[in-house]
Ligand binder design. Structure first.
Ligand code: GDP
Ligand code: MG
Length: 255
């Protein structure tokens, strides 16, 4: 079975761009991957998907058939997708490829909180699935947004029982100071809370502190890989993670 790699994150976090960048990066090492688009509403994709949900489910037709706006249609489309998954799974496994890179709908809540997403991962076979979770670099720049982003990521992580790699996306957009601050907060809750206290408009400090401490005690927050689809930073770390998951750390034999 081909390893299934889901790219998950908030809208605009850079999922689709990373699918393209990681495919190109793998190609440079002579590894072959296929791409799969699960966003029925995608208008533009930076890659040409080998498997595309839009061939079977179009957001436009769901909108007119069910008389819905784009958000309602996305929800119906996600549920309709479940019926397609068996066929898509067979399609995926008809390819002779090292990985399938799976791009999910832009709105995180569609994938994170709905039963459909669990059915999709189960349907694709969760034993062969893993998740790259993108923290948008724009949403981890201040202590309060860093903390909220972690709460969100944890609610995703605790819903799926598959290997999970948190990364910071679009890291080329961070200034050296911002990058340094994130690395510091990744390492140490006390620094994070201290910086949180000096933020003007902020979240409840005591609440955040106790939640971040308990999150950290489960080793859920740690050093995150800085990635950029622009500069290819971090692509080798994503690859190393996948190797660990699927090959127990041994190098995939070059094709
Ligand atoms: N500078 C920079 N921009 C990026 C990077 N990755 C994505 N983007 C831009 O961020 C926007 C959202 O990216 P997209 O891949 O569509 O996000 P998605 O909604 O998560 O699929 C696009 O304008 C991309 O060109 C990156 O690594 N660096
Ligand atoms: Mg996208």
């Amino acid at each position: 079975m081909i390893p299934r790699v889901f790219f998950v994150g908030t809208a605009g976090a850079g999922k689709s761009t990373m699918v393209k960048a990681f495919q190109d990066w793998l190609q440079g090492l002579d590894f072959d991957s296929i791409t799969m688009n699960l966003d029925p509403g995608a208008e533009y994709l930076p890659y040409t998907p080998d498997i595309d949900i839009r061939e079977n489910i179009s957001l436009e037709s769901v909108m007119s058939e069910y008389n819905l706006g784009p958000n309602g249609a996305q929800i119906v489309a996600a549920d309709l997708m479940v019926q397609e998954i068996e066929r898509m799974k067979e399609l995926v496994d008809s390819y002779d490829s090292d990985y399938v890179l799976i791009d999910v709908p832009g709105q995180l809540e569609l994938f994170a909180f709905r039963e459909a997403s669990r059915a999709i991962i189960e349907g694709m076979d969760q034993d062969y699935s893993s998740m790259i979770y993108l923290f948008d670099s724009n949403l981890v720049k201040t202590p309060s947004s860093y903390i909220s982003s972690h709460f969100l990521s944890l609610s995703v992580m605790t819903r799926f029982y598959i290997p999970f790699l948190p990364v910071i996306s679009k890291s080329d957009l961070l200034s050296p100071e911002e990058r340094e601050a994130i690395i510091k907060w990744d390492k140490n809750s006390e620094d994070l809370i201290e910086d949180l206290r000096s933020e003007k408009f902020t979240i409840n400090v005591q609440f955040a502190e106790s939640l971040m401490n308990s999150i950290r005690s489960f080793e859920l927050v740690g050093n995150k890989i800085m990635t950029s689809s622009e500069s290819s930073d971090g692509m080798e770390d994503i690859y190393a993670f996948l190797q660990n998951v699927y090959q127990g750390g041994e190098d995939l034999e070059k094709r």
